[in-house]
Design a protein around this ligand. Structure first.
Ligand code: 1HE
Length: 258
């Protein structure tokens, strides 16, 4: 499949998908969001983990403000834009394949919404986060009220949006926007290494981890526990379980050590 905004390549079971519009700081126009949805809807079948990266010094400057300015969209037009973002980012979060984001520079507005849909976020020391919608006279529309608020807390998101302050990489690590922090320029290498490690897990376990946990978080405790038992019943009887547990019992498997 051919793309204008995205670049993709594979390294064995790991795909690397790269936002490739650095001259616009990878701002997301309608076409870019449609390409993201298209890629994550039809991931090559051999891919077991995906790295989401970006060219240039900034991961993503969010909504393409120039497109929004020129199009002078109506409320209904923008509702449709938001729904397209929701569909695309939902494919990332719930597509069943682990996604590791490699972040540098600005991860702002819709760029933070995109990063929030990934399962693992690796940032280098240049990475920073902001929700400048208030200053632009707009509002989040790519899922931040759900995904970003659940990561950093609704209260902190309100404060960030009201004040427009920039969160640096250290605070990003403390608040859960980052899971791993690397020296400048090191995020992609670390993300690819993590993706290979993730790809070595049983695919059914990975599917359950990325699809099940966030769904259970939307449920009551009673429904969540019941759903967990159903997921576990399927995964624990999967094709690879006997071999992997046999490796442990026969002392061929790695131990869990610090
Ligand atoms: C853009 C965009 C954009 C850059 N839409 N064109 N997002 C923002 O409010 C962030 C706005 N951008 C910035 O604050 C800065 O551009 C950056 C900090 C990201 C990067 O700064 P810098 O100095 O490296 O680059 P630059 O010179 O500001 O930008 C380079 C070019 O990218 C320039 O275009 P040029 O034609 O003058 O070369 C910029 O206009 C262009 N550019 N950001 C369009 N966002 C679903 S709702 C989501 C709501 C939001 O995402 S709100 C957050 C919007």
């Amino acid at each position: 499949m051919s793309y204008q905004f995205l670049e993709s390549s594979t390294e064995g079971p790991v795909a690397i998908v790269t936002l490739n519009r650095p001259h616009s700081r990878n701002a997301l126009d309608e076409h870019a969001v449609a390409e993201i949805e298209r890629y994550f809807t039809a991931v090559p079948t051999h891919v077991r983990a995906i790295v989401l990266a970006a060219r240039g010094p900034h991961f993503c400057a969010g909504l393409d403000l120039k497109e929004h300015y020129v199009k002078e969209r109506s409320a209904v037009d923008f509702m449709r834009v938001c729904q397209a973002w929701h569909r695309a980012f939902d494919r990332i979060q719930h597509g069943g394949i682990p996604v590791v984001a490699a972040l540098q520079g600005a991860v702002v507005g819709g760029g933070l919404e995109l990063a929030s849909a990934a399962h693992v976020r690796v940032g280098d020391r240049t990475a920073y986060f902001a929700l400048p919608e208030g200053q632009r006279g707009i509002f989040t529309g790519g899922g931040a009220t759900v995904r970003t608020a659940r990561i950093i807390g609704a209260n902190r998101m309100v404060e960030m949006m009201l004040t427009g302050r920039v969160m640096d990489c250290d605070e990003g690590l403390r608040t859960g926007l980052l899971h791993h922090l690397t020296p400048a320029g090191g995020a992609l290498e670390k993300a690819v290494a993590l993706a290979h490690k993730i790809a070595a897990n049983a695919p059914l376990s990975n599917y359950a981890i990325v699809s099940g946990i966030s769904k259970v978080a939307d449920m009551s405790a009673t429904d969540g526990l019941f759903t967990e038992s159903l997921i576990a019943a399927v995964v624990q009887t999967g094709a690879e379980v006997q071999q992997r547990l046999g490796d442990f019992v026969e002392k061929r498997a790695e131990k869990v050590v610090v």
